[in-house]
Design a protein around this ligand. Structure first.
Ligand SMILES: *Cc1c(COP(=O)(O)O)cnc(C)c1O
Length: 392
């Protein structure tokens, strides 16, 4: 039935559920650590897997399960797993797909803590990684080493908004039998569905657009049943970054308005990106749906809309002047994170990407005069007036 409905509808209704005794419209929060067995034998059968059913909430929980089913549906995947943070999802997937001696091909830029995790994996467990420009077939072929066990990409890349052609990466990866993992946080399941073009795993920091209200830290991974079952029974169960039932409920609540929020974020961000581009104090604007974006055509092919994030550089500004500009903002608040109703601005070089070594950071294109704006749901005129007064 789900297959015939539009994504906007699926976000609100999900799969048809068993009716609960009280016909509650919204799902109950099963705020419990454990589940009682009818008998010792039933406990044995649940542990052996001969019988389905819940055991303990670190392994699985009905409210969390409802969220996972909803996300799998809208991300067009077989199975989703929820985590207590986006990094919980990133680390569970990467530890499952690699072992000592392996190598990970990464897009030119990755989220700061993902970089931190890769560095730790390299230093402590000898799982190597390298960053690559993956913009044509030869470059992707060249990036792959005999010991490459997965390709890990963000698109748009945080914070430079470069786009990676997922179909192209998948084509090359498939010919080598290597799985492709995509951090889809910036687009949300509404704007881009990497699994539908053949990628193997999608990761979200659900803290951002999926939650959408700045009140929860959570992560999601989506992929085929076999891999997700393995992750559920190893990295998630034994490392333990499981999501709490209440946080799952907050995300189910957020998803209901994901489509309408993404439409508005995208519409307003495009307007503001266009106005920033014309402002004399702005050196350069990076937004996927601006015709001046070098990969505008690719962005239009791959994404339904441009999303709510704009990165821009201030003309001739050093770090101090860039910080002064941020301090002059009144409506837009200085904070990392993104995808909330409130507009937020951050300084990648000293905040989200401060953990990245300076040399790598320059290679990623992150400069001291660069800021990243998460366009909120306020009236765009108010967001613009605030930027304009601070740019004077
Ligand atoms: C925030 C973020 C993460 C990490 O997610 P948390 O929920 O903060 O752990 C990973 N990737 C991207 C692109 C992000 O923006």
């Amino acid at each position: 039935m789900g297959k015939h409905r539009k994504k906007d509808t699926e976000m609100i209704h999900g799969m048809k559920k068993e009716e609960d005794a009280y016909r509650s419209l919204t799902p109950p929060i099963y705020q419990t650590s454990t589940f009682v067995f009818d008998s010792a034998e039933q406990g044995q059968n649940r542990f052996s897997g001969d019988e389905g059913g819940y055991i303990y909430s670190r392994l699985s929980n009905p409210t969390v399960r409802e969220l996972e089913e909803r996300i799998a549906l809208i991300e067009e995947g077989e199975e989703a797993l929820a985590f207590s943070s986006g990094m919980g999802a990133v680390s569970a997937i990467l530890t499952t797909l690699t072992k000592t001696g392996d190598h990970i091909v990464c897009s030119k830029g990755v989220y700061g803590c993902t970089y931190g995790f890769l560095k730790m994996m390299k230093e402590k467990y000898r799982v190597d990684f390298s960053f690559h420009n993956l913009s044509n077939q030869e470059m992707i072929e060249e990036a792959i080493q005999p010991n490459t066990s997965c390709i890990y990409v963000e698109t748009p890349i945080n914070p430079t908004m470069e786009i990676i052609d997922l179909e192209l990466v998948v084509k090359v990866a498939k010919s080598h039998g290597i799985p492709v993992v995509v951090d889809n946080t910036f687009s949300s399941p509404y704007l881009q569905n990497p699994l539908s073009v053949g990628c193997d795993v999608v990761i979200h920091s659900a803290t951002k657009y999926i939650g959408g209200h700045g009140d929860v830290i959570a992560g999601i991974a989506v992929g085929n049943k076999k891999l997700m079952n393995l992750v559920a029974m190893t990295a998630r169960k034994d490392i333990g970054a499981s999501l709490s039932p209440f946080d799952a409920w907050l995300l189910l609540r957020g998803i209901k308005t994901l489509a309408i929020r993404m439409d508005r974020h995208s519409e307003h961000a495009l307007k503001i990106a266009e106005m920033l581009e014309r402002h004399p104090a702005v050196e350069e604007v990076y937004y996927p749906f601006l015709p001046s974006h070098p990969q505008y055509e690719l962005a239009k092919k791959q994404m339904r809309k441009g999303g709510g994030l704009i990165t821009f550089k201030l003309k001739g500004a050093d770090k101090e002047e860039t910080q002064k500009f941020m301090n002059r903002l009144k409506l837009i608040q200085i904070a990392v994170s993104l995808g909330d109703a409130e507009s937020l601005i951050q300084h990648p070089a000293t905040m989200t990407h401060a953990v990245v070594d300076e040399e790598e950071r320059i290679k990623m294109g992150i400069t001291d005069n660069m800021v990243r704006l998460s366009v909120g749901l306020e009236a765009w005129e108010d967001i613009w007036n605030d930027l304009d007064q601070a740019l004077q």
